[in-house]
Every structure is written in C-alpha cells, then in structure tokens.
Design a protein around this ligand. Sequence first.
Ligand SMILES: [Mn+2]
Length: 407
Amino acid sequence: MKKVTFIHAADLHLDSGMAGLRHLPQPIFSKLRESTFESLSSIVDAAIAHSVDFVVLAGDLFDAEDRSIRAQIIFIKEMERLAEKGISVFAVHGNHDHMEGSWVHLPLPKNVHLFSNQVETVEFITESQTSVHLYGFSYHSRHVYERMIQHYKKRDGADFDIGILHGQLEGESEHGAYAPFTISELAVKNFDYWALGHIHKRNVIQNEPPIVYPGNTQGRHVKETGDKGCYLVQLSEKGAEMTFINTAPVVWSERELNCEEADSFQEIYSKCLDLIDEEKMTGQAKILILTLQNTDLPPKDAAAIREGELLDLLKEHEAEGEDGFIWIADLLVNERKKWNKEKLMSESAFFAEMFHAAVDLEGIGGSLELLYKHPEARRFLQKQSEDELDSISKEAENLLMQLLYQS
Ligand SMILES: [Mn+2]
C-alpha cells in the first residue's frame, strides 16, 4: 500500500524571549526561556520514535529575524539528530524569520530543505517507493501581500501532494499581509494535505483532505493556552490519519473553582491546594489562571483574597519550579452576584451610563487608537481582536460590580 508518514509542526519561535514574564520566579522563567527548544527536541524524539519519512516545519522556526546563534546551533543539532536516522526536513521561513533579516548564517545539515521565496516543488520518494510532491515558499520579508496560493500548481506523477503554506486564512478582520488565502483556493488545488503555519491556535480547518494549523509548539503567554505540539500524519489510500502530540514542557491553562460551599478563607485555600494536587497528577508543568467562582465570604476573608494573600500562599510552594510545577499566575474572583447589572441599569440612569462607559467596546478601541497611531509603539503592537476587547470589557464590568459590592 502506498503510504507516507510525517510530522507537521509550525511556529516554533525558537528562543522566544517570553516578553513580559521576567517577573516570574527565576527557575520558572528559565524553564520558559528553554521551553521552545525543549519542545523542538520532543518533536524530534517523536519523529524518530515513529520512524517518520520526513518532518514539515511550516514557518516561524525562529522568533526573531536576527535569529540568535544559540538558537541556530540548537536547531542544527536537532536537525542532525534527524539526519542520523535518515529523516528529511522540509521547512519554510515565515513572517518572523523572513529571509531579509540580518543574521549570522550558519549552514544547515543536508537533510534540511529550505524552500526559496518562490513557490517550488520538491519530490520525495519514501523507502517503500511512495512518491510525494511537496510545495512551499519562504517569506522574503516580513509581509507577503501577494496571493502566493495562485503559484501552487499540482504537478503530476506523485502518489501524494502536500502544500506547505505559512499564511493567513481570510476571515472577517483581515489585512492580507501574510500570504492570504481562502479555503476554496486551497481546495481546488486537489492536494492531499495542507500543512499550514502562522496561526498559533491549533485548528483542523477541514478533515478530508486535511487543512491544518498545528498551532505553535509552546505557549508564550496567557492567550496561548492548552497543549501545544505537532501532528503525526499518515497519508495512505485509505485517507489521512492524524494524531496530535503534546510537546510543550510548560502549558498555559485556565481553570475555574466553584466556591459556592466555601465559607472562609481557609476553606478556599484548601480547595485551591486540592486543585493544585489534582493538576500535579498529570505531571505536566503548568501556568494556571485560576478563577474563583461564586465566592461569598465574610468581608475580612474576602479582602484577604482580594489583596493577594491567598495568591501569595499558593505561589510559595511552587516557586522552585521543580518538575511538574503548578504556578498560579493570577487569581480572579467572581463574587456571587448580589447585585444584578441589568437591574441596576434599568433602575438608575447613573448606573446605566456608568456601565455603558465602562464596557463600551468602541470606547475601549477608541482610547487605544492614539497608542496604535504612535509611530514607535505601532511597530510592536498588534491590534486587539474582538475577543480580546470583549474580555477587557468583561473585566471592566466585573471590577465595577466588585467596587459596587464593596462600597
Ligand atoms: Mn508565528
């Protein structure tokens, strides 16, 4: 039977600086700084363990266009481990590690094929004589406005055709700076697998034939939650089989704890410890954002939590960052609603106006506009998505309710 087995990963962002996390205890911050490399190492382990035919890396291998020498050397070493096992690598550069950046070029081992800045086709024949055509291109600079998808042309003669594309699936809020494409543009190519990169959230856009964003290989902040890793893919005459493999040494996660039954600080504290113990059973190191739901505590106990005493206690045991640590990065409290927002707004014009002002999405966007227009700041900032604005507005609403409750 004709078949090919490969690993599809993208957005490794090697040597990601983990911006904004320096406040974490040193051992935990160090683990995060090494995590992108560790994840790559686990991907290589998986490729070897499953004796894949090749590995596809769909862009953003490095976090920065001036990729560090250390990042390159670690990458090269990992690629050499694959070379020793006769495993090829097909990689493209994305918007983060585009080819125009200035860096010290270290030669890559021969098993790594890097696609040029034009769409090219590479033929690969497996040991069992299955032929594969791989199509891809690398970003020549940070932005690629061109619809590169139009240059992907299926070449006859292969058992399987795999498209590698670092780019943006077009949706509602697009600006088209990252080799934009639509699902139908991919579908008409009649390929057997689309190995996408660029979007950091894992997403199997379509199953048959697969169109897949594997997501990045290591979460770098609270918005990149959940397991991160790569897909092990097998294409055969029977179709595609995909298995997700978690390779992230540290996972970001959000959890809720229902505190309805808890009457004191102590009870909530022990509930939190139980939750940490439960999380520890998995052995997976985690950075958790914990939300206490429906708390209803005596004022002193509630104040102690609000002022951070509970969070400090929970952090105490984990600051060493030993294997499988559970670090509570933030503790949010949703007090049991004694006051209802809708009721307040309908009864009083003052409250109505206050809530409108605080949670007005357009207002938030408008206030940030100045910042985004600032010539220096705009280089570093990405526009907030509607989801993000939405969560800012929810936070504002919660804060308001809490302030009202305390007054
Ligand atoms: Mn990326």
